[in-house]
Design a protein around this ligand. Structure first.
Ligand code: NAD
Length: 507
């Protein structure tokens, strides 16, 4: 929590959503939501009290009694309407997002759009939630499955995708018949709240979706609440591991999508211009604050000679506020984030990496107070250096070298993270070897940020993920439902009785 400023006293408050009503928190603990390009205080967000958190869960618990029985078509139609409302309000949503998070307006639209795709998917829940049936598993006996909702589910989201990630969570949970308590990031909750307003406008009934705000205490309350059945978390590895352990010990179903260190391999046969453009976009876009950002590039053989051209590309990117036309790299989310990223750049120099491009303290006319860090490139980066071992979450690209593809694959597989990876090559054989041997959950072939569309599931692996099932796609239907298997026999008057059967077999 930060100390309230004089601006903050005038700023609007972010509301809680409990039982279908947007309500003012009674808490005494508030935090400012700050525009990272200007330091303007946009709003104040409350840290909900334990009573408010209990009230949100109770309202979801009560709503579940009727929502779970709501016809599948009625549920689907709400999401049809919802996707339309999101499209109609896209420009407003992107503007709110840019103001509080910093990313450029086109990228903010992309953030909303990737969430909108999940909403569209939720609208086809009728097909997704079908069970299975096997006819005549024994004489006159059929077995079939029901995918039944769990009850109250909860979502805890990070700051970097304040539209997309809440939309990964509550639409699919609610479409499958659950009710939901969402805890958005306290750093940028405003676009999430606008999306929640639109969800109610689309027809989500009172109590089915609830929102509380806060930080560590609210998250712990969610992990411990006896009436919450499942938790979807997205955020850093440290917090995600804590949430997974705490909520699992309390018997909850948990999925945690966490931190990353995403590597790309560049082979010398790759299309040079396309590859360099892709690397610069994926390393520095969204100021490097994407869990799927490319933060390490392993240059193989002759591709190591491309460093000067890659640095030239990075120099062409415009650093400014996300609202300014032509901006490529906006501010990082907070002053603390800027200090951390710049501190890691200093560590990189001290650890012996070669600073090819220094983006510290760039000159950004008109936005002198903004949290800007320009594109930064290090070469000669090795494990054991802080810039390699830690997730920087800023516009800093680390370059390493390998003699051949085998060495490059081994290098990546030795890193504990498994969120995303990519290879750049014109060779089908090399690409196929990479997809077979790389131990990372999401693989791009000449695609730098391979985030699957919702027909599939987000499938980060190893240290980037805890829990078996992904946050959208088919897997999330299993996450938000309990499979019940029914084995049924119906007698009619002509059925011949076989007498008492004391064995386990079905006759
Ligand atoms: P964060 O872990 O600081 O915050 C995530 C959520 O946890 C927030 O809602 C926050 O309020 C809460 N939280 C923060 N500290 C807590 C604590 N001590 N105890 C309990 N709860 C706490 O993450 P962030 O900085 O908001 O987001 C960036 C991180 O998220 C990066 O590590 C990034 O890689 C990761 N991320 C991962 C994915 C993915 O799909 N794997 C997607 C987006 C972001």
């Amino acid at each position: 929590m930060n100390a309230p400023t004089s601006q903050a006293v005038l700023a609007p408050t972010v509301k809680l959503l409990i039982g279908g009503k947007f309500v003012e928190s009674k808490t005494t603990q508030w935090r400012d939501v700050v525009n990272p390009a200007t330091q303007e205080v946009l709003a104040r967000v409350p840290f909900a009290t334990p009573e408010e958190i209990d009230a949100a869960v109770a309202s979801a618990q009560e709503a579940f009694k009727t929502w779970k029985k709501t016809a599948i078509g009625a549920r689907a139609r709400i999401f049809l309407k919802y996707q339309q409302l999101i499209r109609e309000n896209m420009a407003e949503l992107a503007a709110i997002l840019t103001a509080e998070q910093g990313k450029t307006l086109p990228d903010a639209e992309g953030d909303v759009f990737r969430g909108l795709e999940v909403v569209e998917h939720a609208a086809s829940i009728g097909n997704l939630q079908l069970g299975e049936l096997a006819n005549n598993v024994a004489g006159g006996v059929d077995t079939y499955t029901l995918l039944q909702p769990l009850g109250v589910c909860a979502g805890i989201t990070p700051f970097n995708f304040p539209a997309m990630i809440p939309l990964w969570m509550f639409p699919m949970a609610i479409a499958t018949g659950n009710t939901f308590v969402l805890k958005p990031s306290e750093q940028d909750p405003m676009v999430t709240m606008r999306l929640v307003e639109l969800a109610l406008e689309a027809g989500i009934p009172p109590g089915v979706l609830n929102v509380i705000h806060g930080g560590e205490a609210a998250v712990n309350a969610i992990c411990d609440h006896k009436d919450i059945k499942a938790i979807s978390f997205v955020g850093s590895t440290k917090v995600g591991t804590h949430v997974y352990n705490r909520a699992s010990l309390n018997g909850k179903r948990v999925q945690c999508m966490m931190g990353a260190k995403n590597h790309a391999i560049v082979l010398p046969d790759a299309n040079k211009e396309q590859t360099l453009n892709a690397l610069a976009g994926a390393a520095f876009g969204a100021a490097g604050q994407r869990c799927m950002a490319l933060s390490v590039v392993v240059l193989v053989g002759e591709a190591q000679k491309w460093i000067p051209e890659l640095v030239e590309k990075a120099k062409t990117l415009k650093v400014s506020a996300g609202t300014e036309k032509g901006t490529d790299v906006g501010p990082v989310v907070s002053c603390a984030a800027k200090d951390r990223v710049q501190g890691l750049i200093e560590r990189g120099i001290a650890d012996g990496a070669t600073l090819e491009l220094d983006g510290r303290n760039p000159n950004v006319p008109g936005y002198e107070k903004g949290n800007f860090v320009g594109p930064t490139v290090f070469s000669g980066v090795k494990p054991g250096m802080a810039i390699y071992d830690q997730e920087i979450f800023g516009p800093v690209l680390c370059l390493s070298a390998a003699a051949d593809i085998d060495e490059a694959i081994e290098f990546i597989n030795s890193n504990p993270n498994g969120n995303g990876t990519a290879i750049f090559t014109q060779s089908g054989a090399a690409a196929r070897k990479f997809q077979e041997e790389i131990d990372v959950g999401q693989v791009g072939i000449n695609v730098p940020i391979p985030v699957p569309v919702p027909l599939f599931s987000f499938s980060g692996s190893r240290a980037s993920k805890l829990g078996d099932l992904g946050p959208y796609g088919k897997q999330v239907v299993l996450f938000y439902t309990q499979t019940k298997t029914v084995t049924a026999r119906w007698f009619d008057d002509s059925t011949i009785s076989h007498g008492v059967n004391t064995t386990i077999s079905l006759k």
